[in-house]
Design a protein around this ligand. Structure first.
Ligand SMILES: Cc1ncc(COP(=O)(O)O)c(C=O)c1O
Ligand SMILES: N[C@@H](CCCC[NH3+])C(=O)O
Length: 463
């Protein structure tokens, strides 16, 4: 592939326009372990490798764009979470981040439970052999059919999200002659420090039942009266990509307060509390996420302290990390198609994917990093914007990042930390074919979700 020089673009710090970036990194070839999956490194040629396989070979075999998932890293993260919380707590992987049958099998083998939030996720989980009692079923508008499937399967818990749902689940359970274990999802009134679209515990939004105004206490009252329900606890999820533990602290305190009120009113000590997911990961070298053992320690201490103060037995804690497990384990590999320097601004690098395989930049103004991975380069840093091939000027994958100034069509670049909410939120915009997910481990690569084909598109179009 040609590496012809292109007209000089904006390259030096003194001509850089405003944007979300700091100075160019000291070494553009360095693959920072903070943002790259555990086994990623460069081989003797300078080509990046994952699980011992070089990305040029992966691109050759599987094509681009494609997501490559480091199975070793995924399993290690599952184990770290399970060990950090220990046997007296439960870790539910949030399947919305990324779910496939292989993932379900890994979770099962590594001792994790699974949070699903739709009939589709539930079917995937059951079809890959996840025991139903290890599944939690979420959602703010579960259909009667979804509820029936979940109750029939015997899911470990359904998380109730509205007053209507309390009655709906009780009715379905009773009609099946069952008593369904449930939690009530409450909104604790915390403003999580994250993007507005992914914060979920302030009161003015669609999820949960507010603690404020006694709504949640009323939900407990109603649930306790219904024969079809066994109320086992209270659930709170405050948002996503959160680094600051202060929000979890307030949330835990308010949930424990509700448990104390329930004890006082009904003489019942609910045995479980779920503090949701939402723990942040490093998308760029500037992010500093917490390790699972620190998170486990902080959450356990808060809950224990608050329960002691309220004279309650400490309930069994559960958490639902999605992004923190799968996010860092995958990267998206793209091939560069065009390189367009805009004098005084930045260089637009077009790749063969875009907002259809990563909507997070357009949707949340998310920040990502990017590296040239098919070779190393000693060329000077060039302020770049990585864009896709869609008919949309907001089709941006990486808003501001530095790539070497000799970047050329045919080069492979990769965006790390795309394991969560990229394939799971992928679309067919412009009839794009959603990329495959390839799991790599110990020198072996295998497709776990295949690439869509034009036949798939035509098969759906029955007109
Ligand atoms: C109820 C619930 N649990 C868990 C999660 C997982 O969040 P994250 O992937 O940020 O850990 C979400 C999504 O934000 C959620 O809504
Ligand atoms: N999908 C979002 C977060 C919401 C997760 C589900 N409540 C993201 O990419 O960050």
């Amino acid at each position: 592939m040609s590496r012809s020089a292109h007209p000089a673009g904006p390259r030096h710090a003194d001509v850089l326009p405003e944007g979300h970036y700091s100075a160019p990194p000291a070494d553009l070839n360095h693959l920072d372990p903070k943002v790259w999956a555990r086994t990623v490194t460069r081989d003797e040629r300078g080509v990046a490798t994952v699980g011992g396989i070089a990305v040029d070979a992966l691109a050759e075999e599987f094509g681009t764009p494609a997501y490559f998932l480091d199975e070793t890293d995924f399993r290690a993260r599952c184990r770290a979470w399970a060990e950090a919380f220990g046997k007296d707590a439960d870790v539910f992987y949030a399947g919305k981040a990324f779910l496939s049958r292989a993932v379900v099998r890994w979770l099962k083998e590594e001792g994790l439970n699974l949070d699903v939030c739709s009939g589709g996720e539930l079917t995937t989980a059951l079809s890959a052999g996840m025991p139903a009692e290890r599944i939690a079923f979420h959602g703010n508008n579960k259909s009667e059919e979804e509820i029936r499937t979940a109750v029939e399967a015997g899911v470990g818990r359904i998380v109730l999200d509205s007053f209507q749902e309390i009655v709906r689940v009780a009715h379905v359970a009773q009609s099946l002659g069952k008593r369904q274990r449930v939690q009530i999802r409450v909104t604790v009134g915390v403003e999580a420090h994250t993007h507005e679209f992914i914060a979920t515990a302030h009161e003015d939004q669609k999820f949960g039942i507010a603690l404020a105004g006694g709504q949640a206490a009323e939900a407990v009252r109603r649930a306790l009266k219904l024969d079809g329900l066994e109320l086992i606890g209270i659930h709170s999820h405050i948002g996503s990509q959160i680094f600051d533990m202060a929000g979890f602290e307030v949330s835990a305190r308010r949930v424990v307060q509700l448990l104390a009120e329930v004890r006082d009113e009904h003489g019942v000590e609910l045995p479980e509390i779920d503090l949701g997911g939402g723990l942040g990961i490093a998308y760029t070298s500037e992010d500093d996420p917490r390790e699972p053992h620190e998170i486990a320690k902080a959450l356990t201490e808060i809950v224990t302290r608050e329960c002691e103060a309220a004279g309650l037995r400490t309930p069994r804690i559960s958490v639902e990390p999605g992004r923190a497990i799968v996010g860092p384990t995958a990267f998206t590999l793209y091939r560069v198609g065009t390189v367009k320097p805009l004098e005084g601004l930045r260089t637009y690098v077009s790749v063969d994917g875009g907002m259809s395989d990563n909507i997070r930049t357009a949707l949340y103004d998310a920040e990502y990093s990017v590296s040239l991975v098919s070779r190393t380069s000693e060329a000077e840093p060039m302020l770049s914007r990585v864009v896709g091939k869609h008919c949309e000027s907001g089709d941006i994958v990486v808003r501001d990042a530095f790539l070497p100034s000799d970047l050329a069509p045919g080069d492979l670049i990769a965006v790390p930390a795309t394991g969560a909410y990229c394939r799971s939120m992928a679309s067919n915009y412009n009839h794009a074919l959603r990329p495959p997910v390839v799991a790599v481990r110990d020198g072996e690569a295998r497709v776990i979700v295949r690439r869509e084909t034009e036949e798939d598109l035509l098969r759906l179009d029955v007109g």
